[in-house]
Ligand binder design. Structure first.
Ligand SMILES: Nc1ncnc2c1ncn2[C@@H]1O[C@H](COP(=O)(O)OP(=O)(O)OP(=O)(O)O)[C@@H](O)[C@H]1O
Ligand SMILES: [Mg+2]
Length: 242
């Protein structure tokens, strides 16, 4: 199952500062919507409000037609910093959302191992986060998120701290798991190529709202990288970023 988000005339801010004004955007169920935009334009602010962590100051922010009033396990947030519990093994970290849903212990373990295998960490379940590389920790975080079977995954520059090679591997892994995951994904990045690889659509956000909304030609197909249509989309994103 996947969530539809409806953002209509939304204003957001912190303290005296209004960051997002009168924003309109519809996010379709099951799509990967990538959001790009200059630093400070309000991408993380928007994501936090979709997660229910920041109330709107005006307008309507709806998930499947209902106003978002607080956090929900249906809407999982994934950050650049992995936020794993350092004293729990990888497996016990992945079990967390299952424990919250009161899944019985044996089943919890079985599901956690399933999701760890999905992210290529079948043999690392017993390790604590401190004994894993940054890329591995991100994979544990992804497994934990998927184990909660959220209807939406909200990702804030999740691969921003990884080296180029690990990052490319994580992008392929995400594409792989999304094939069998129905969740709607909202993904923030500064990397236009990452946006064009992962997204069904790319929204360029500015302080005045959504500047451009681009349908990605052949999403998640590395073979189309560098083709004229993708190059044109890339140019358009770069133009509206400046
Ligand atoms: N917790 C907070 N308290 C006060 N101001 C904040 C807070 N979080 C963000 N801001 C301010 O809101 C504005 C938008 O910040 P936000 O983090 O949403 O930008 P961003 O688009 O995610 O930027 P970046 O690309 O650098 O991550 C900035 O001016 C920032 O200083
Ligand atoms: Mg941010």
């Amino acid at each position: 199952m996947s969530l539809a988000f409806h953002i209509n005339g939304v204003s957001l801010g912190h303290g005296d500062e209004t960051v997002v004004r009168d924003l309109d955007l519809d996010i379709r169920p099951g799509e990967v919507l990538v959001v790009v935009g200059a630093s400070g334009c309000g991408k993380s602010t928007l994501l936090r409000s979709l997660a229910g962590l920041l109330p709107v100051r005006g307008g309507a922010l709806l998930a499947d037609g209902a106003p978002i009033t607080g956090p929900s396990p249906d809407r999982a947030l994934v950050f650049q910093d992995d936020a794993l519990l350092p004293w729990r093994s990888a497996r016990r970290n992945v079990e967390l959302p299952l424990a919250i849903r009161r899944v019985p212990r044996g089943e919890r373990r079985r599901l956690a191992d399933h999701w760890l295998a999905q992210v290529g960490l079948a043999d690392h379940g017993d390790r604590r986060p401190g004994k894993l590389s940054g890329g591995m920790r991100q994979r544990v975080q992804l497994a934990r998120t998927l184990a909660g079977e959220p209807k939406a995954i909200l990702m804030d520059e999740p691969f921003g701290a990884l080296d180029a090679q690990t990052r490319a591997a994580m992008q392929r892994l995400l594409v792989d798991v999304l094939r069998t995951t129905p969740a709607t994904v909202v993904f923030i990045t500064h990397d236009v190529d990452e946006a064009l690889y992962l997204g069904d659509r790319v929204a360029v956000l500015g302080p005045e709202g959504v500047r451009t909304l681009i349908d990605v030609p052949e999403p998640r197909d590395p073979a189309t990288r560098g083709t004229p249509v993708v190059r044109a989309a890339r140019e358009e994103i770069l133009r509206s970023l400046t």
